[in-house]
Design a protein around this ligand. Sequence first.
Ligand SMILES: [Zn+2]
Length: 377
Amino acid sequence: MSGVTEDMVSGVTEDMVSGVAGGAIKDTASGAAGSTGGAACGEAGLDARLKAFVGRTAATAGVGKDPVNLPMIRHWCEAVGDTNPAYTGDAAIAPPTMLQAWTMGGYSGHTGRFGAHDELFALLDGAGYAAVVATDCEQEYLRPLRPGDEITFDSVIEDVSDRKTTKLGAGYFVTTRMDVRAGDELAGTHRFRILKYAPAAPAARKPASKGSNESGDSEASRGAVPRRPRPVINRDNAGFWAGVEERRLLIQRCGGCGRLRFPWLPGCNACGGQEWDTVEASGAGTVFSYVVMHHPPFPAFDPPYAVAVVELAEGVRMVSDVVGVGHDEVRVGMPVQLEFQRVDEELVLPVFRATEPGPPDTGPRAEAGQAPGVAAG
Ligand SMILES: [Zn+2]
């Protein structure tokens, strides 16, 4: 991912970032990691070169492509479901969390940027730290932004960490600070932190698989087919997985108001009741929505593949696989039937089999004269 620009990285929202950072990043002291043999000298030289970027300007006198405006505010509020009245009407202000939105260059990018950021990334890429993940973001709001405010911004590389070892791999945290102004007045600051890292080998990231590799033979673990992720079974959802063991798909039913809910939760969203029992799903459902995953690749999944939200006949929805049709044949509204698939010696998952072909594809491929079925008739 050597071509990642600041804006692409910054496109990750704060919520996504905190979700990632909460689990994936384990920040440990770097001293021990860099202490093995000759590599330490090279890393020390690199560290010094990286530190030289601290304080360098990444952008100066950038200009927001549009003044603060109501249509963007409205789209933002709709997208995040924020109905705060402060963001509508004649006296509207922009949601403070939109701070960075006013500075984004879009697909065409910004002009007049300094090269420090690209140079830093090129240096890290060249040293093998080619992967990138956004880790966290901090914003500080100094004054509200209002429709009509003209936005300018400067950004600086504020910090490059020492080399850190994380669960993803070893790398460097790079912090960029952007100062956002309305006219000449500082309206807020936006700090964005990413990890540029050398991905750890998959075998090092996976817990050792039980049974197959008790001697710790790395040869064997490298050759092993990666397994699907294990479900996280806890007090709140153990009943669901016990049902799957018995080849039953169980839906929770509130003891207070009778409402069905899925996935399993300790309380009822409708009435707050904590009593519940279960009903067994009939197994009939329809595809409510789906995506076809092409990227990024995950171990044990072979892209492209379809991931569907299936609406059960009982009315609740669940995410699952659709089997029996190709990834490009899944359609919204397609009827499906529950079955249980043994994934490996430990894992059984509920999946949904397409029971009849979906509606014909009327998209561009059919127009290109490749409509299957037409030629066959
Ligand atoms: Zn209830």
